[in-house]
Design a protein around this ligand. Structure first.
Ligand SMILES: Cc1cc2nc3c(=O)[nH]c(=O)nc-3n(C[C@H](O)[C@H](O)[C@H](O)COP(=O)(O)O)c2cc1C
Length: 224
């Protein structure tokens, strides 16, 4: 079969929508994706991590710039330094609340840095030549938005394989970036923990803890 003919057949098949069973599975995945901070310490196969990064790179990006840069943080010393940056910032953040809110904040677990088998720092290459600037002349931040798209794609791909992801943003980005010794043009977008979850849930941990609920879709909508 000529390559072109088979490509056309594939296109033909994907011209329509996916079927109900797929849609139900996708809805399930979206409902059961969670930000996870409680990991089992069992390792994640490196081949699986590489596969997930390949899927993440299918994300959309402004001008097709693909500005995502991934750093697998394996070094125990660097990991401990990142955990220390988190502890410092988390303690500082707690001071920003008072009374019951502070007590609730302190009671929550907001990172799984000590237990997660995989630490993945995700950066944006602010000076990438890819895409030749298309689409970001007036909104340069779209380069970072593109990296967020990749993280969300990774999140779903991981969850679909039973792998949990936790996003840690309670960090001083300059301090965390210094620990990781990356090119100066890279800015930190997310520091992720990946691993096998201790539990699964269809409701955010912050909602279960009484911190913040999900709003209804109409509370996010304006009409003009
Ligand atoms: C940009 C971003 C940063 C986040 N940073 C943290 C964090 O530092 N610590 C934490 O516990 N959760 C963090 N989260 C997870 C949110 O708390 C979580 O997504 C939200 O409570 C909804 O829960 P769900 O993801 O399980 O649906 C972050 C999520 C995003 C998208």
């Amino acid at each position: 079969v000529p390559a072109e003919a088979s490509r056309n057949a594939g296109e033909e098949q994907r011209l329509g929508a996916w079927d109900d069973a797929f849609r139900a599975g996708l809805a399930d995945l979206l409902h059961w994706r969670r930000d996870v901070r409680r990991f089992r310490t069992a390792p994640l196969d490196r081949a699986l991590v590489t596969e997930l990064l390949g899927v993440a790179a299918l994300a959309p990006s402004v001008g097709n710039a693909q500005p995502w840069r991934f750093v697998l943080v394996d070094n125990p010393g660097r990991r401990a330094e990142i955990a220390a940056v988190f502890e410092r910032e988390n303690a500082e953040a707690a001071q920003g609340y008072e009374g019951e809110r502070r007590a609730l904040y302190c009671a929550m677990k907001l990172a799984g840095l000590r237990e997660a088998p995989v630490h993945l720092a995700v950066f944006c290459d602010e000076e990438t030549g890819r895409g030749a600037g298309l689409g970001r002349r007036t909104m340069p931040e779209t380069l970072r938005y593109s990296v967020v798209c990749a993280i969300h794609t990774l999140w779903l791909a991981a969850r679909a394989r039973g792998v949990a992801l936790g996003w840690v943003s309670i960090l001083d980005p300059a301090a965390a970036t210094a620990v990781l010794d990356v090119p100066a043009s890279w800015s930190l977008v997310g520091y992720l923990c990946l691993g096998w979850p201790e539990e699964v849930a269809d409701c955010p941990e912050l909602e279960r803890a009484g911190w913040e609920k999900r709003g209804s879709p109409d509370s996010f909508l304006l009409q003009r």
